[in-house]
Design a protein around this ligand. Structure first.
Ligand SMILES: Cc1ncc(COP(=O)(O)O)c(C=O)c1O
Length: 452
């Protein structure tokens, strides 16, 4: 048995992979990665791939083998690796100051270690403000169909992807769904009022639920795993206005879009909207250390400044690994790299080139119903029939991913989120990607689409 075969055999024997039906490994092998540099990764058999999904789930934004981050983390590890965040530490202070400088209107940073956890904090903040300010009312949170906010039972309670929720109930009460904003699915791509119309659907759902009972709403700036859905113009602004009108806190989940992915520091910054709470994780430190943030306005924070004699009236929450200094030190260096290397500009130009190329592929292949995205976050929605827009079966998206993998390019897809709408393939290459990388992705897709 070769060393590679041995490693794969051990993986099959002991590792439980995420989102995976292990029965498939009776007839196939898992891909085991061993190293990466820039946008490329190598597997245990020595095969190299262009990673067009930044570590599978849109995380390694500044690429693999980034010496600046590794050095910053390593130096900090020798100085002080950890102390609980009920105390202060230098990396958390420096990182928070820098992050806030990129988020006008926001002022406080709460650290934890996964996107799910960051969203859990946001839900706890809403519930506790409901108790502290609204006499126990306004504790419900509304969430949007097709959005995803994490894997814990409460994040799944706020999940707009019903297939992900199957068999994991009962769920946390107090979470209410409202309709999505997919212009393509609603046939409203050419309607200039589509954004406002979709936001009014939220208002209707809010009124039906009783605004006096609702304290927050959570949305992704661009629905990511649910199909790369960019909201039509006017949507975010109107959502902001509705939240203000009814005293509902607007939580924006930037776990995917945050820190550069869409060509702005944050996805919501493409529109004129003021969130109350912003959560982020994945790209914050490009996967060099686990870190997530729940960022709030000073106004939200001030709701927790109360008489110390009141035993309940402060945010009684802790995240043990929110005190690891590797996260903020890597996060700060990550931001500096994006600034120093002008990566936001690169995201805008490479993203526009990629979208153009995908539009050309759409001309060529009937199976592509819609092309959409922002910056280096793009999706192709596959259909059986362009006129009726009947979604393609998820096996087509899977086959396209498989074909691209054979061409040496890793792309992603909606994965078992909805029964009928697992039909979008997506790409989110690293922010450092070059024109050559874009061409390679487009070439692999072109070849893959020929096989469908
Ligand atoms: C939009 C969004 N929010 C939250 C999460 C949860 O993040 P984590 O897996 O770090 O808990 C994800 C994960 O994919 C996500 O896409």
């Amino acid at each position: 048995m070769s060393q590679a075969q041995n490693i794969i055999a051990l993986d099959k024997k002991h590792v439980w992979h995420h989102l995976t039906q292990h029965k498939v490994f009776e007839k196939s092998d898992p891909v085991v990665f061993v190293e990466g540099k820039g946008c490329r990764v190598k597997d245990v058999n020595g095969r190299e791939y262009l990673d067009a999904v930044s570590g599978g789930v849109w995380t390694v934004n500044v690429g693999y083998g980034c010496e600046r981050i590794v050095k910053a983390v390593s130096d900090q590890m020798m100085k002080l690796n950890y102390f609980a965040n009920s105390y202060g530490n230098i990396p958390t202070i420096r990182f928070s100051e820098k992050l806030i400088s990129l988020m006008p209107g926001m002022n406080r940073v709460y650290l934890s270690n996964s996107g799910s956890e960051a969203n859990e904090k946001a839900f706890k903040i809403v519930r506790q403000i409901g108790e502290l300010k609204h006499g126990g009312k306004k504790t419900k949170v509304m969430y949007r169909y097709r959005d995803y906010h994490g894997t814990t039972i409460t994040c799944l309670s706020a999940c707009g992807q019903f297939e992900r929720k199957n068999q994991y109930g009962p769920f946390t009460p107090g979470f209410v769904e409202f309709p999505d904003c997919s212009a393509y699915r609603a046939g409203l791509e050419n309607d200039p009022d589509a954004g406002v119309k979709f936001a009014r659907k939220f208002e209707e759902a809010l009124q039906k639920e009783d605004p006096d009972t609702v304290g927050g709403v959570i949305i992704e700036p661009i629905t990511a795993g649910g199909g790369v859905i960019v909201p039509p113009d006017g949507y975010m602004e109107t959502m902001g206005e509705i939240c203000k009108k009814y005293g509902v806190l607007l939580i924006i989940d930037e776990v995917v879009c945050g820190v550069g992915r869409t060509g702005k520091w944050f996805g919501y910054q493409h529109w004129n909207v003021k969130p109350d709470i912003v959560t982020m994780a994945k790209g914050v430190a490009s996967g060099y250390a686990p870190i997530s943030c729940t960022v709030t306005t000073e106004e939200v924070f001030q709701d927790f400044i109360n008489d110390p004699a009141d035993r309940d009236a402060y945010f009684r929450d802790i995240s043990t690994f929110g005190g690891c200094t590797s996260g903020p030190v890597a996060g700060l260096e990550n931001i500096r790299i994006i600034e120093d290397e002008h990566l936001l500009d690169n995201v805008v130009s490479q993203g526009a080139y990629l979208l153009d190329g995908l539009e050309e592929l759409k001309e060529k292949y009937e199976i592509i119903g819609d092309v959409r995205g922002k910056g280096l976050f793009v999706g192709l929605e596959l259909v059986k029939n362009r006129d009726t827009r009947e979604p393609a079966d998820e096996s087509k998206a899977a086959a396209l991913c498989g074909a691209c993998m054979k061409e040496g390019v890793i792309i992603g897809r909606t994965s078992r989120s909805f029964r009928d709408l697992n039909n979008t393939v997506c790409m989110a290459p690293a922010l450092i990607s070059t024109r050559g990388d874009m061409d390679e992705i487009l070439r692999a897709l072109d070849k893959g689409l020929q096989t469908l």
